[in-house]
Design a protein around this ligand. Structure first.
Ligand SMILES: NC(=O)c1ccc[n+]([C@@H]2O[C@H](COP(=O)([O-])OP(=O)(O)OC[C@H]3O[C@@H](n4cnc5c(N)ncnc54)[C@H](OP(=O)(O)O)[C@@H]3O)[C@@H](O)[C@H]2O)c1
Length: 345
């Protein structure tokens, strides 16, 4: 019988997460009980929120327990079904974790339509990150035609969709990203009006030049100095959607904001949100995203690591900005060194 390779949460990071915080193990293939399915995961999603789950203490979600399989979104194929809702061969999305196979309750996975988009897209542009962009921008910030939007981590899974949705709404879309290549992609491929390279060393001046009419909507993915700088350029009665603060997730000391006064003098409305809070909006969001996707109005890029064993390094790299597009792990198939991962069939 085949083994199931899993990556466990081995130890809590203090500051930066390291590969030693994870452990790769092999366990017997699980068997589904009544009402469950056995899934062979094809793709694993790596997302910044996983870093928060590795911390002790209260957050919006319960932290991960040491020794557990790392939490994570997956897309795969049903191998065995003990539910009338699924049959072998069905492609499904779920949160089955950092492992090659998993048993899940039938209610915890959903069928995907691979005639609309490749399976991996259901972890990116048509999955949780896409819905995050849709919810934070269209439901919370509600940008109006002609307004200026700024989004940080603009070339990433969420940010890339935010800017494209803002363009669909008739806004001026300005991104902030790390490096000239990412910025060229954001304007050239994704169609943003401008993109500021925060690593170039002139963030305030470059952002000011990119938003000649100030900022009406700030979609915040990064926090720290980037958010502090954006606050200096916000317009009266503007909105901030706080989606993420990725620059702070591994920090041992929180960045001290200097420009909070802008919130008062500009009467800024600021709201944080968690995409899982409003599950009732997901079908509408995925429906609209799918329509824009199939009509060519939503572009995306993936950054693919090969094989389960590469997940810890790819996760750390993503938190350092080494990813270019949605960070995924392809669990089966060719590895970068040409070898086929163990247990591949
Ligand atoms: N609220 C929710 O429900 C929800 C759901 C999903 C995601 N999120 C948040 O959305 C944000 C984006 O997530 P994602 O999945 O789309 O990830 P992503 O943007 O694809 O990848 C993370 C990116 O963050 C940027 N980054 C990392 N450290 C940085 C730093 N110190 N300064 C500036 N940029 C830095 C890097 O881009 P550069 O190379 O451009 O620096 C990196 O590529 C994260 O904050 C995440 O927590 C929130």
């Amino acid at each position: 019988m085949a083994d199931n390779r899993q990556i466990l949460f081995a130890s809590r990071p203090r500051g930066w997460v390291t590969e030693e915080n994870f452990r790769l193990v092999a366990t017997p293939l699980p068997a589904p009980a009544e009402g469950q399915v056995l899934v062979r995961n094809h793709w694993l999603s790596l997302d910044p929120y996983m870093r928060g789950r590795m911390d002790e203490g209260k957050s919006y979600a319960t932290g991960a327990e040491l020794g557990e399989v790392m939490v994570g979104g997956t897309v795969g194929e049903v191998l065995e079904s003990r539910s009338p809702r699924f049959k072998p061969g069905d492609r499904v999305v779920g949160a089955l974790g950092w492992q090659e196979y998993a048993v899940g309750d039938a209610g915890a996975v959903a069928k995907i339509d691979t005639s609309v988009a490749p399976a991996s897209c259901y972890l990116g542009v048509l999955g949780m990150p896409g819905v995050t962009a849709w919810m934070g921008l269209l439901d919370i910030a509600q940008p109006k035609e002609g307004e200026t939007l700024v989004v940080s981590a603009a070339s990433g899974a969420v940010g890339s969709v935010v800017g494209q949705l803002a363009k669909i709404r008739g806004c001026r879309a300005v991104g902030i990203a790390g490096g000239a290549m990412k910025c060229a992609y954001v304007t050239g491929e994704l169609g943003f009006d401008a993109c500021v390279d925060y690593k170039a060393g002139n963030l305030y001046a470059d952002l000011k030049a990119a938003v000649p009419n100030g900022i009406d909507v700030c979609f915040e993915n990064v926090g720290g100095e980037i958010f502090d700088t954006e606050l200096r350029l916000m317009n009266a009665f503007s909105r901030v959607t706080v989606c993420g603060l990725v620059s702070q997730y591994n920090a041992t000391e929180a960045y001290a904001m200097k420009n909070m006064r802008s919130i008062l003098v500009n009467r800024i409305r600021m709201q944080g949100f968690i995409v899982s809070d409003r599950l009732e909006l997901w079908p509408r969001a995925i429906g609209e995203l799918s329509n824009w996707f199939t009509t060519g109005r939503l572009r995306y890029r993936e950054c693919v690591a090969q094989g389960l064993q590469s997940a810890p390094a790819a996760f750390i790299g993503m938190l350092k900005g080494q990813n270019f597009g949605k960070q995924l792990v392809k669990l089966w198939g060719q590895t970068t060194n040409g070898a086929v991962p163990e247990h591949a069939s």
